[in-house]
Design a protein around this ligand. Structure first.
Ligand code: SF4
Ligand code: SF4
Length: 138
């Protein structure tokens, strides 16, 4: 489907987001934490390094690298902070990108169609929402 606002798509999104996450348990998935890294922006770095009791420079040196866009991302994949039980060890202070992912309750879902399509290959909730939108509005 052509992913764009209109035909009431944006009004359907909140319910489809809720529906998707009624059926999908992130703790049984962790696909995002295993497959892609959030960006660690300056406020994220400040908050997380403080939470871990590390100097920012030590936190960066220990856990992060710069990607080709110049953003800090985790060195490892799966994410270093993902536990065996799929819990995030820094959940309360996790990066903003982790809080917002997978954008199924956000305008970003339509604003960045290429990212949304890519996310549908990683995140079953994005796939679900796209399929339902296709069924409902074509
Ligand atoms: S910081 Fe936590 S929520 Fe974010 S990718 Fe890593 S394990 Fe997942
Ligand atoms: S990929 Fe989607 S469903 Fe899986 S853990 Fe991440 S947000 Fe949850």
């Amino acid at each position: 489907m052509q992913l764009k606002k209109g035909k009431g798509a944006e009004r359907l999104l909140p319910d489809l987001h809720d529906e998707a996450f009624e059926q999908i348990d992130c703790l049984k998935c962790a696909g995002c934490c295993k497959g892609i890294s959030p960006r660690f922006k300056t406020p994220d770095i400040k908050r997380i390094s403080k939470g871990l009791g590390l100097k920012e420079s030590v936190f960066i040196e220990s856990y992060l690298r710069l990607d080709s866009d110049g953003d800090y991302v985790v060195k490892g994949s799966p994410c270093t902070f993902l536990g065996e039980d799929n819990m995030c060890s820094i959940y309360d202070i996790r990066p903003g990108d982790c809080r917002n992912y997978p954008y199924t309750d956000s305008d970003e879902f339509f604003k960045r169609p290429n990212t949304t399509y890519l996310n549908s290959t990683i995140c079953p909730a994005v796939y679900y929402v796209l399929e339902k939108l296709r069924e409902k509005i074509g």
